[in-house]
Design a protein around this ligand. Structure first.
Ligand code: NAP
Length: 373
């Protein structure tokens, strides 16, 4: 048994790969909430981050050229991969093959083939792969899914959602085509939400997109997507890099409606909030702000220590990836794209919810701004 698989260890030791916005703002402070997790190393190409973050969190710092050395050092059990989407494959596969568990940011990859290669690498290396769907551990999200399962608003007929932001053109998301663009970056949220709210997998996708004049993005910056599900259920979502910020969803059911805003956000003051309207009566529910990153880290560490597969495994990531690929084909061709029918996997459990107190946002170092004017 290798040191990284020593289940007698009470804390899972993580290295952060990529000291960008989400690592600094969310993972690095959030891990403190999990008593079974600790952060011991950072992989970065930025000397300033190496110095400041290494000192702030007491981390051993590696460059990308030394990644293999870190993976075989016996100093870590897991990595959190938070590099740009186009790096996910190359940053995850060596870790998985070395038997190091991987918590991988969404979207899983930039192709279904790359996602499948990750799953195979995890099997070869005997490592666990979890996609960082932080909302799978957030109480309000699981409550909404539970209401849908219990038929509170009857059978769902339609879903619609908007997730928008005003992205600074200097951000890397604006510079690497479709797979860095708003559909994989933000569409991953409504796609994942509607699959679990409907408890179904879609069977057809169509999409149209456009660009806001004057914006210099290497991707279509605003996209509207329609999804057909079995039993006549329809879904639609809109994502944009060139709009004011909104994150909201609603579901129309046979006997009532569900509306949620905010539904995808996180942060010290963010409480996922939803309204259920049935028979003319509306009830509002606020889950309360929880430390979403600390929660997902804690859940993944528990899976590692217990030797069980995480709920948001590689297959879960792939199920969103095949939809993201179909949307790309729909945008390129202008034609609806059929999807192979798949049985829904009913795997979410109440015990994957974590209710840790939120942490303050630390000062970030050398991060290219996301939000524009
Ligand atoms: N779960 C969520 O709520 C959430 C929110 C935002 C983003 N994300 C996901 O997290 C990932 C990272 O997003 P982010 O917002 O943190 O991006 P970011 O601020 O640009 O950070 C990415 C980091 O990756 C490293 N990197 C390595 N190779 C790179 C390259 N060739 N070009 C640019 N950076 C490179 C850099 O860190 P070093 O300088 O340290 O090497 C960079 O700062 C994405 O997959 C995104 O979809 C998830």
């Amino acid at each position: 048994m290798t040191q990284s698989h020593d289940m007698a260890r009470s804390k899972v030791r993580y290295a952060v790969v990529g000291g960008g916005e989400i690592s600094q703002r969310a993972f690095m402070p959030g891990i403190a909430r999990s008593e079974i997790s600790e952060m011991t190393a950072l992989v970065t190409g930025d000397p300033k981050k190496a110095e400041v973050l290494g000192e702030r969190y007491g981390l051993k710092v590696y460059g990308y050229d030394d990644y293999d050395t870190l993976l075989r050092s016996g100093e870590i059990d897991a990595v959190y991969v938070a590099t740009p989407n186009f790096r996910h494959h190359d940053d995850s596969i060596p870790a998985l093959e070395a038997g190091i568990h991987v918590l991988l940011e969404k979207p899983m990859a930039t192709s279904v083939a790359d996602g499948e290669a990750m799953i195979e690498a995890a099997e070869r290396g005997g490592a666990k792969l979890m996609i960082a769907y932080r909302l799978h551990h957030e109480p309000g999200t699981l409550e909404m899914i539970d209401h849908m399962r219990r038929g509170t608003i009857g059978a769902p007929l339609a879903f619609s959602s908007q997730l928008t932001q005003d992205l600074h053109p200097a951000n890397h998301r604006a510079k690497h085509g479709y797979w860095a663009g708003p559909v994989p970056d933000m569409g991953a949220y409504p796609i994942n939400a509607v699959r679990h709210l409907f408890g179904q997998e879609p069977i057809e996708v169509s999409a149209m997109g456009d660009d806001r004049p004057g914006r210099d993005y290497d991707c279509t910056d605003s996209v509207s997507v329609s999804l057909r599900f079995p039993e006549g259920r329809l879904a639609q979502f809109f994502v944009s890099y060139s709009a004011s910020g909104l994150n909201a969803l609603n579901v129309v059911g046979e006997k009532g409606t569900l509306f949620s805003r905010p539904c995808y956000a996180f942060g010290p003051d963010v409480s996922i909030t939803y309204e259920l309207s049935v028979d003319g009566q509306t009830q509002s529910h606020s889950a309360g702000a929880v430390e979403q990153f600390g929660g997902q880290i804690d859940y993944f560490s528990q899976c590692i220590l217990d030797g069980v597969e995480p709920e948001a495994d590689g297959i879960e990531g792939l199920r969103d990836m095949r939809i993201l690929e179909a949307i790309e084909r729909a945008l390129d061709s202008g034609q609806p794209q059929p999807l192979e029918p798949l049985a829904y996997r009913d795997r979410m459990r109440p015990d994957q919810v974590r209710r840790f107190a939120t942490v303050e946002r630390p000062e970030v170092v050398s991060v290219a701004t996301i939000t524009g004017d």
